[in-house]
Design a protein around this ligand. Structure first.
Ligand SMILES: Nc1ncnc2c1ncn2[C@@H]1O[C@H](COP(=O)(O)OP(=O)(O)O)[C@@H](O)[C@H]1O
Ligand SMILES: N[C@@H](CCC(=O)OP(=O)(O)O)C(=O)O
Length: 363
């Protein structure tokens, strides 16, 4: 199972004013245990601004944008250093990946980020992700790490997104203002009624409160990833949740991830076409195989890596649609050639497939 874990500032501080080291040790132990059980883990963490604040001697709280970016720039390195040290205790290699909204909007950057994260996971390295606050102007930011974690869950096609926070889950109303509020254990679908339950950020440091968590749940579940919002102070919360225990609030996925992905590919406007030879057409049509450059006889249209293209058989019929791993100019140069020639011809490679079978929808 591939799990994305989001840790909010409220969890990292454990109700204090600083990064709470014992809490961080507990959380890292949980991540190591999940990994030891054979799962893959991706961490999305907040806390950079807080760590910067901690380092610079606590300047006043009403911060300008420049100050916040400064604090994040100071704090991110320190936050990462702390994580790396703790991960070392468990022999867990980690990587820092800082993303922002453009990395999800721009297809090339999106695919490059995905390549990096895939490479990390393939090598047993745990990515530790935050928003690149120091360069992301307020208007072009994802803006909150709940939403960022949902984007990361989609990017990595995670099987589960766990958002740990300082509330026990989604309550019928903000428990801080309504003592009669009760936990909602399962949300089958994010309806207006669910939205109505969300109050703002509870702690003075948290960014979005329950609102952004529900938004994250909606984004991830729509793409086929279930989401659990649970209390960060529950002992071994992550291990137990991954083990299937009902803690906090579980948002059920709307359909499978594959269905969502296929819908998405089909909804894209195709930017070009490739004509396939007989063997390639058969491999795609009958076996749902990947399309290799060797099976392409002609490339039509102008498209970039990651764009949707049509796959056309020798009879002129469109047999599939998929996301190309190579831009049209590059594909033209490697069409008809063996995959091992790609690097020699282009000077780089994005892998042996022109369209990988996971990125392909047969029609
Ligand atoms: N319906 C609700 N159920 C639970 N918590 C809620 C609800 N509405 C608002 N909240 C508040 O959201 C807070 C968690 O969000 P936030 O402070 O942004 O934490 P984080 O730093 O983990 O993102 C809780 O402390 C809680 O007071
Ligand atoms: N990127 C920011 C955190 C943004 C954020 O969403 O915070 P939180 O609501 O505590 O998860 C930081 O590292 O300080």
């Amino acid at each position: 199972m591939r799990v994305v874990l989001k840790l909010g500032t409220s969890v990292l501080t454990a109700g204090t004013d600083r990064l709470h080291r014992p809490r961080l040790v507990d959380l890292m132990r949980g991540l190591a245990a999940v990994r030891a059980a054979g799962h893959e883990a991706v961490l999305v963490t907040s806390g950079a601004v807080l760590a910067g604040w901690e380092a610079l001697g606590f300047p006043p709280r009403d911060r300008t944008l420049a100050e916040k970016q400064l604090l994040a720039a100071v704090g991110q390195g320190r936050l990462m250093h702390t994580y790396a040290q703790l991960a070392d205790l468990y022999g867990l290699p980690v990587a820092q990946v800082l993303l922002t909204a453009d990395d999800f909007r721009d297809r090339t950057r999106y695919l490059n980020a995905r390549t990096t994260l895939d490479a990390c996971l393939a090598r047993g390295v745990m990515p530790i992700i935050n928003e690149n606050d120091a360069v992301a102007l307020e208007q072009i930011k994802v803006g909150d790490n709940d939403t960022l974690s949902a984007f990361v869950a989609n990017l990595t096609e995670a099987d589960l997104l766990v958002i740990l926070t300082d509330a026990p889950g989604l309550y019928t109303a903000d428990p801080r203002s309504d003592p009669a509020a009760t936990l909602i254990p399962v949300v089958e679908r994010v309806t207006p009624d669910v939205w109505a339950r969300a109050g703002g950020a509870g702690s003075h440091r948290g960014t979005g409160g329950m609102h952004t968590k529900i938004q994250a749940a909606e984004i991830a579940t729509r793409a086929g990833t279930p989401v659990v919002i649970a209390p960060g102070d529950a002992p071994d919360a992550l291990v137990r949740i991954v083990g299937g225990e009902a803690i906090g609030t579980r948002f059920l996925a709307a359909g499978t991830r594959l269905e969502a992905r296929k819908r998405w590919i089909l909804a894209e406007i195709a930017a070009g076409r490739v004509l396939l030879d007989d063997g390639a057409a058969r491999a795609v049509r009958e076996r749902g195989g990947s399309l290799l450059p060797a099976g392409i006889t002609q490339v039509e249209g102008s498209f970039r890596r990651g764009h949707t293209i049509r796959l056309i058989d020798p009879g002129g019929h469109e047999i599939a649609r998929g996301l190309t791993r190579y831009a049209s100019a590059d594909l033209t140069r490697i069409a008809g050639r063996h995959s091992r020639e790609i690097e020699g011809l282009l000077g780089f490679t994005y892998g042996p497939e022109a369209v990988h079978r996971d990125d392909l929808v047969r029609l």
